[in-house]
Design a protein around this ligand. Structure first.
Ligand SMILES: [Zn+2]
Length: 240
């Protein structure tokens, strides 16, 4: 049994023009990630606290420059900051459109969007484009190509031993000859293994509390085995 590793956030990786910072990724609390290239500021899984972290990292002008948000799945620790981000951009009189990419079937994003329009629709200064991802087609955006892929994230059915599949994606971000593979939340799955191979950086969840939890999350041992298929890796989403 290896000692449990607890990540020390923020986790940072990058070169001058391809950079990622994981502000945090704590199960049931929050995830928040920024990805930067020379031309873009992308946000991945804006959980609670994302606005505070972005403000510190890139300031108001940088936040106004965010063009695309990527959502791995709709659990609250991955989408809890969406409402405040939407509202902040309106208060700041943004005019450029904002694109939010999320897996087909993710009710949370569509519900937040619908409710947001109900409350602020009349005074909204910018357009929010819901970009539902239905398959694994490559997405060329700005100076990157994003490869979405389906992962195996389940949630327990209350009062039963059953679990349901959550609409969930991982994303591989390819920039020039470099790539970062973010698996989101997932139990072990072959697709993740395939996408991690030869990535420059893999970001792998290790959320299983113990061996009985492996239908829902990966153990540290599983996550490390997959991570080693990339040139470097971070373990995230480790219960504290
Ligand atoms: Zn989750």
């Amino acid at each position: 049994m290896v000692d449990k590793y607890i990540p020390k956030y923020p986790l940072i990786w990058g070169t001058d023009d391809f950079f990622i910072k994981i502000f945090c990724s704590i199960p049931n609390i929050a995830t928040g990630i920024i990805l930067k290239t020379g031309k873009t500021n992308f946000v991945i899984d804006p959980g609670d606290g994302i606005l505070r972290d972005l403000n510190k990292e890139i300031g108001p002008a940088g936040i106004m420059n965010i063009s695309h948000i990527f959502i791995s799945h709709g659990h609250h620790d991955h989408v809890g900051g969406v409402w405040s981000l939407f509202t902040y951009l309106s208060v700041m009189n943004r005019t450029a459109p904002l694109h939010i990419h999320y897996p087909k079937g993710c009710k949370e994003i569509e519900s937040i969007h619908r409710a947001f329009h109900e409350v602020y629709g009349n005074e909204l200064t910018y357009k929010i484009h819901l970009e539902r991802i239905v398959d694994e087609s490559p997405m060329p955006i700005s100076d990157l190509t994003i490869l979405p892929f389906h992962v195996n994230h389940r949630e327990k059915v209350e009062g039963s031993s059953e679990s349901n599949l959550v609409p969930s994606l991982g994303f591989k971000f390819v920039y020039k000859d470099q790539s970062i593979c973010y698996g989101g939340d997932t139990a072990y799955c072959d697709k993740l293994v395939k996408m991690v191979i030869d990535s420059d950086l893999a970001i792998i969840e290790a959320g299983a509390a113990d061996e009985t939890d492996t239908d829902l999350h990966m153990t540290q041992k599983q996550a490390i085995e997959i991570g080693r298929l990339a040139k470097e890796f971070f373990l995230v989403h480790v219960p504290e």
